[in-house]
Write a protein that binds this ligand. Structure first.
Ligand code: SF4
Length: 469
């Protein structure tokens, strides 16, 4: 007998799993007992990312804080919150669109009009131009990207302002500006071209970065990439520059460049707290890809030992990891690719397949529930969701929607025009970048990058092939 929708939801819910672990009602381990608390308990406490994978990361001073959630939402039962969300959405109708990132808890996803990765969702919102409000259940940089792509009349709302991203925060604009000045001291005029028409360095920022950094790369001849198109974007950059400055995720940069044949010896790391990033001038002269010292604390949890354990306990298992994982993990896996790649690999597999997945647990548990014909489990046996995604709870969603019903926009995310214009330019360059002809990439390339894109920001912009994290 097929499972009911309720059974599927219950099986998929990471929140429910965490509560059961806290009650001792199931075996298993969470990375901190604080995950069982309501997210609003952390709104008023010391600044931090909250319980979960980023809880050990240092949050920058001045990061957005969420004000107090009204008591009515903090004390409401889950059933009441779900009923209020449904009622508010029914009242608002086409005036609102709710977007849910793959890594959101299931109790939020069930109210989403679109579910996907960050760039898919920003583009999905464009299919609803009449929506006055776009409620983005994701993290801060995603809401910024949605604001960049939406019309000025549309408001983009982040239900909990404390939902940032620790990796995006690891590269702030002033540190990157300082890095740029130091690179100028090594390479000379950064706008000067060599005999092949290439400048000394092209800046490339991952989609998982602030709008300010997208604006920075837009102003300096650079480009944005996603985890799906990083190879194409690096090729675009190498045609125009002798080397690349890649931020904020060292792992995506390293894994992608390595698959393209760039030797590790030509990928120095840039530590923003050290002079020349901790490198010598000759290291930087020889560099092909300068990697910013940033990482995702969700994907950093996956290890080669976990892969070995999965292979031992599940002979024949296919191990698929996200390219934000460290290089040894990507090397030990059977495949690496974006969330969209992972979803499609599972969809395409014959019934009875077994998968160990190295990405955020909310997506993994949802896939396990949606594809019961396979055995799907998370590589990391400890339940540890993305801290900031987990700050969005149905209580906040009910609050922002009921405020909209009352004619009030709360938690609006707006990118200033002087940042938005160059940031859009960097996104336009990404969409215009085309994959290299067959044969341009080293034959040992392993990262799966579909790379078929859309052409302009003004056209049909929802493409699963431009997926990000
Ligand atoms: S999963 Fe990693 S990159 Fe994505 S929002 Fe969480 S910390 Fe940021």
């Amino acid at each position: 007998m097929n499972p009911t929708i309720e059974q599927t939801r219950a099986a998929a819910s990471v929140d429910r799993t965490i509560q059961l672990i806290a009650q001792g009602a199931t075996t298993g381990e969470a990375c901190t007992p604080d995950l069982a608390k309501a997210p609003w308990e952390f709104d008023a406490g010391p600044a931090g990312y909250g319980p979960g994978s980023s809880m050990g990361d240092v949050i920058p001073t001045g990061s957005p804080r969420q004000g107090a959630l009204p008591e009515a939402y903090r004390t409401a039962s889950n059933d009441d919150l779900h009923a209020r969300i449904r009622a508010a959405k029914a009242t608002l109708g086409d005036r609102v669109v709710v977007l849910g990132h793959f890594y959101q808890r299931d109790e939020v996803i069930e109210h989403a009009d679109f579910v996907g990765d960050s760039f898919q969702l920003a583009n999905a919102a464009l299919s609803r131009p009449d929506a006055e409000a776009i409620v983005f259940c994701g993290v801060h940089f995603m809401a910024e990207t949605a604001d960049l792509l939406s019309t000025p009349e549309q408001s983009v709302i982040l239900p909990n302002l404390a939902a940032g991203c620790s990796m995006a925060d690891m590269a702030d604009e002033s540190s990157v500006e300082e890095c740029w000045e130091q690179l100028e001291s090594v390479y000379g005029d950064l706008a000067a071209t060599d005999a092949d028409g290439r400048v000394p360095v092209i800046p490339v920022t991952y989609m998982n970065s602030s709008a300010a950094l997208k604006g920075f790369v837009g102003r300096h001849g650079g480009i944005v990439c996603t985890s799906s198109n990083a190879k194409t974007v690096l090729e675009w950059a190498f045609e125009r520059g002798q080397r690349v400055l890649f931020f904020p995720d060292q792992h995506l940069g390293r894994n992608t460049a390595k698959a393209m044949g760039v030797p590790l010896s030509q990928m120095p790391m840039w530590n923003p707290r050290r002079a020349l990033g901790g490198n010598s001038s000759s290291d930087l002269d020889d560099a092909r890809v300068i990697l910013w010292h940033g990482f995702c604390s969700v994907h950093k949890r996956f290890t080669v030992d976990q892969i070995a354990a999965a292979r031992e306990s599940h002979p024949g298992v296919q191990v698929i990891v996200h390219p934000e994982c460290p290089m040894p993990v990507v090397d030990a896996a059977d495949a690496a690719g974006s969330t969209d790649f992972i979803v499609k690999a599972i969809q395409a597999a014959p019934a009875g397949s077994t998968f160990a997945i190295g990405t955020e647990i909310n997506l993994v548990q949802r896939l396990a529930a949606e594809y019961p014909q396979h055995e799907i489990f998370c590589l990391d046996p400890v339940v540890c969701p993305c801290s900031t995604m987990y700050r969005i709870h149905p209580g906040y969603l009910a609050w922002v929607l009921e405020e909209l019903v009352g004619g009030r926009v709360v938690n609006r995310i707006t990118v200033p025009a002087d940042v938005a214009d160059p940031a859009r330019l960097a996104l336009e360059r990404m969409l215009a970048a085309k994959p290299a002809p067959v044969g341009r990439v080293a034959p040992n390339a392993r990262i799966e990058t579909p790379d078929a894109g859309v052409d302009t920001l003004a056209g049909a912009r929802f493409s699963t092939d431009e997926s990000g994290a």
